[in-house]
Design a protein around this ligand. Structure first.
Ligand SMILES: CC(C)(COP(=O)(O)OP(=O)(O)OC[C@H]1O[C@@H](n2cnc3c(N)ncnc32)[C@H](O)[C@@H]1OP(=O)(O)O)[C@@H](O)C(=O)NCCC(=O)NCCS
Length: 146
C-alpha cells in the first residue's frame, strides 16, 4: 500500500471534513460549523501557526495530523504540539498514523523545531504506537475551560 504524507490543500476540504466529523464523533464532541471552518482556514493560512498534514492512499485523504507551532520559555526554536490525529476506520492498523507522526519528526528536524509533543487518554490503545516513538512522561494535565 502506497501512503504519502503531504500538506493539506484546498481541494482536500470535503474529504478532510468527513474525517474531521469522524474524529469529533470519536471524542463525542461537537465542534461548531464556525470553529470547523475557522480551523480549516487557519490550516491553509501562512499567517496561522496551525498547520495540517494529510495521509493519502490512492488519491484519497484517509488521515490527518493537525498541529500548532508555538514558542517556549526554555527554548528559542519552535515547539510543535500535535493536537489532532485521526485515520479513517477502514484504513487503521496499516501504519498510517505512524507515518503521519514520523513525517512531523522529519519535518521538525529539517526545520529546527526543538520539540514535538502530544497528549492522549491514558487508556487510548494508540499508546502502543506512541510508545514506539518516545517514552511516556510522568506528568498529568490540568485544564480549565475559561
Ligand atoms: C489512533 C489512530 C490515529 C491510529 O491510526 P493507525 O493508522 O491505525 O495507527 P498505526 O497503524 O500507525 O498503528 C500502529 C500500531 O499501533 C496500534 N494501534 C494504533 N492505534 C490503535 C487503536 N486505536 N487501537 C488498537 N491498536 C492501535 C496498532 O495495532 C499498530 O500496532 P501493530 O503494528 O503492532 O499492529 C487511529 O486509531 C484513530 O484515528 N483513532 C481514533 C482517534 C484517536 O484516538 N486519535 C488519537 C488521539 S491522541
Amino acid at each position: 500500500m502506497d501512503v504519502s504524507i503531504r500538506e493539506v490543500q484546498v481541494q482536500d476540504k470535503a474529504q478532510w471534513r468527513q474525517l474531521w466529523d469522524g474524529y469529533n464523533a470519536f471524542y463525542r464532541s461537537v465542534v461548531t460549523e464556525e470553529i470547523t471552518e475557522n480551523t480549516w482556514q487557519r490550516m491553509l493560512s501562512d499567517q496561522s501557526s496551525i498547520f495540517g498534514r494529510v495521509a493519502v492512499v490512492e488519491g484519497e485523504v484517509v488521515g490527518f495530523a493537525l498541529s500548532v507551532l508555538h514558542e517556549g520559555t526554555w527554548v528559542t526554536s519552535p515547539i510543535c504540539y500535535l493536537e489532532d490525529l485521526f485515520v479513517a476506520e477502514n484504513q487503521r492498523g496499516r501504519g498510517i498514523a505512524g507515518k503521519l507522526i514520523q513525517a512531523l519528526i522529519d519535518e521538525g528536524k529539517a526545520k529546527g523545531w526543538s520539540r514535538l509533543y502530544w497528549h492522549t487518554a491514558t487508556d487510548n490503545p494508540a499508546r502502543k504506537l506512541y510508545d514506539r516513538f518516545t517514552p511516556v512522561e510522568d506528568y498529568v494535565r490540568y485544564r480549565m475551560n475559561l
